[in-house]
Ligand binder design. Structure first.
Ligand code: FEO
Length: 171
């Protein structure tokens, strides 16, 4: 079993990860609405990764013989002023998630919960990649500025992103 305080923290992190999926689906819908289908694809793949993150925590809590308790999801933002504003929000959201994961790790260490700490180390590494990927897009969009052919080329590149469930599951 997990200690109550740890169980609550991990259940809360499930909510953060599930909300992340919801937010990225909302960003995908925004990009569809402005006909940037490659960006929309990138966000849909990102949302699927977040569902995989949610599932990792869900499985861990179950494996520890504890009870998953799902909470309501907040309504995500629907519109942004520009592609750059949207991707900057995605980057800032990932920084927030990294802080949440760090808080989970700090609690696991305080509670001498080595199993949970070991499980969370995957998330610590994943967050480095999550922040880097979003920041890379922010920097590219800043370089492109209002050059529409640059935006078109980036959209084509982002349309190629796929989701590998096996890699997310650590297989
Ligand atoms: Fe699951 Fe993008 O953090």
């Amino acid at each position: 079993m997990l200690k109550k305080v740890m169980s609550e923290k991990l259940n809360n992190q499930i909510n953060h990860e599930a909300f992340s999926a919801y937010l990225y689906y909302s960003m995908s819908a925004y990009f569809e609405s402005i006909n940037l289908k490659g960006f929309a694809n990138w966000m849909t793949m990102q949302a699927q990764e977040e569902i995989a993150h949610t599932h990792r925590l869900f499985t861990y809590i179950n494996d520890k013989g504890d009870r998953v308790l799902l909470r309501a999801l907040e309504e995500p933002q629907r519109d942004w002023d520009s592609p750059l504003a949207c991707i900057e929000d995605a980057y800032n959201h990932e920084c927030f998630i990294s802080e949440c994961i760090n808080e989970c790790v700090t609690l696991a260490l305080q509670e001498n919960d080595h199993a949970t700490n070991a499980m969370l180390q995957w998330f610590v590494s994943e967050q480095v990649e999550e922040e880097a990927n979003a920041d890379d897009l922010v920097q590219k969009l800043k370089l492109i500025g209002d050059n529409s052919s640059g935006l078109y080329m980036l959209d084509a590149e982002l349309g190629k992103r796929t989701f590998d469930p096996a890699a997310e599951a650590g297989q």
